[in-house]
Design a protein around this ligand. Sequence first.
Ligand code: FMN
Length: 218
Amino acid sequence: MQEKALFAISNGLYVLSAKDGDGWAGSLVDAVSQVCAAPCLIMVSCMNTGRTKECIEKSGEFSLSVLPRGVDPFVIANFGYQSSRDVQKWNNVPKAEINGLMYLPDALAKIRARVVNKLVYTGSTVFIAEVVDAFDAKDGEPLTYKEYRDGLKEQVSAAFKAYKAGQAAGKASCPAPEKRWTCKVCGYAYDGDVPFEKLPDDWRCPLCGVGKDMFELQ
Ligand SMILES: Cc1cc2nc3c(=O)[nH]c(=O)nc-3n(C[C@H](O)[C@H](O)[C@H](O)COP(=O)(O)O)c2cc1C
């Protein structure tokens, strides 16, 4: 089978999202299509290993944010290159919660759908879903999967590398927790304005009353 021949089927790119406990899972998908006009049904194909797929199964509904041309490449990396199991992806991008589901505010269009059927295959699960709402359509062009393959992919990889490097640098520069003079008897940690060394010799622990000699730097 020629991959190139299958790539002749045109797809867009979307952020698919579903409720995940107190937060929201989200993943990048291209396998989305309208399959029926009346009733208005769409399908989305989710890899069985994804967290978003699990959350759609649990909640029975999902949102789609249609990506416009010119979208920040990091949005694609954020949702497509890491799992909601490891990262709160929605904390990394602008977001808009609408009736309990999450969307990208600048999406070309927003769609809310309720699952009515599912087909389970070895690698993926196909959800057939009724469109509950399709709204906030903007002027502009939808981003295509072809555009991603034809060059945008490099920018997305670069954005992801920069994000990972930023995370690593953040961790490296994180200051070590400051040591404090702590009472060996009761655990009280001194946090007064006068440096501990300059406290008078008869200073006592305000909690248990032992002297300065019972304190150590921890
Ligand atoms: C360009 C592109 C297209 C993708 N299309 C799909 C898709 O149609 N279905 C799918 O399940 N995953 C697709 N993925 C992979 C998921 O976005 C990726 O596995 C993600 O990390 C899953 O996140 P989750 O575990 O939070 O659900 C695509 C990824 C990229 C980069």
